[in-house]
Write a protein that binds this ligand. Structure first.
Ligand code: CTP
Ligand code: MG
Length: 228
């Protein structure tokens, strides 16, 4: 394999409510991080997996994931960006393609890791999986008054895994100033083109309690949901 996958998993999961770090919350009896790493480990080109664990949980995460894949666990930071940077610093020499994938997107299909990696291998510097925006989108004031309707045909909802030529991701993180919520955003600031591949509804981010319930249902309906 020529691909390293970084898994930021250090977030607190504030929007999910009480119950501990989100990556360790369970669906189908197993932590979200286990579901995510199992799908990553099944992807063909994966050489290295580096997980950024919640502060204080690195040892527990190492034990949890050891039966699934050979991987490296580092302690994450205060922001997602810091967690990704810590994981990137732990990638050994070798892999020239780096994917960054949220543990919170626990049901992401194995095929999506492969299609993103393939697009980078084909020559793209930066690749993101996207879906069309299905709702009508409006711009509003702080007081809730509509300013206008946004042209939705030009908008995309962005998922992970996001894929990069390793040197491009390293340069983007080295140049990073304000924290952004995704890695492609840092690459855009370098002026490097970012291209899109089709995303997957299974790559939904588990953010709020509704999402956790939805993921639980998907898993009980299709036990290997996304594991294809
Ligand atoms: N993440 C991380 N380090 C942080 C913050 C987030 O590794 N300091 C990870 C999360 O674990 C998650 C991914 O980045 O896998 C996407 O972040 P998000 O969905 O916002 O998760 P949380 O930050 O945990 O959730 P919340 O914002 O509701 O607290
Ligand atoms: Mg967050």
């Amino acid at each position: 394999g020529d691909v390293a996958v970084l898994v930021p998993a250090a977030g607190a999961g504030v929007r999910l409510g009480p119950g501990g770090p989100k990556a360790l919350r369970r669906i189908g009896g197993e932590p979200l991080l286990v579901h995510a790493v199992r799908r990553i480990a099944a992807a063909g080109p994966v050489h290295t997996v580096v997980v950024a664990a919640p502060p204080g949980d690195a040892e527990a995460v190492r034990e949890l994931l050891a039966p699934i894949a050979e991987l490296t666990v580092v302690t994450g930071g205060a922001t997602r960006q810091e967690s990704v940077a810590a994981a990137l610093a732990a990638v050994p020499p070798g892999p020239e393609i780096v994917l960054v994938h949220d543990a919170a997107r626990a049901l992401t299909p194995t095929t999506l890791f492969e299609s993103v990696a393939e697009a980078v291998r084909g020559g793209e510097d930066a690749v993101i999986p996207v879906l069309p925006v299905v709702d009508t989108v409006k711009e509003v004031t702080a007081a809730g008054v509509v300013l206008g309707t946004v042209d939705r045909s030009a908008l995309r909802a962005v998922q992970t895994p996001q894929g990069f030529r390793r040197s491009v991701l390293a340069a983007a993180h080295a140049a990073a100033a304000d924290p952004l919520t995704d890695d492609a955003g840092l690459v855009e600031k370098l002026g490097v083109p970012v291209s899109c591949v089709p995303g997957s509804e299974y790559a939904m981010k588990i953010t709020r309690p509704f999402d956790l319930a939805l993921a639980e249902h998907l898993l009980s309906a299709v036990p290997l949901a996304g594991h294809h």
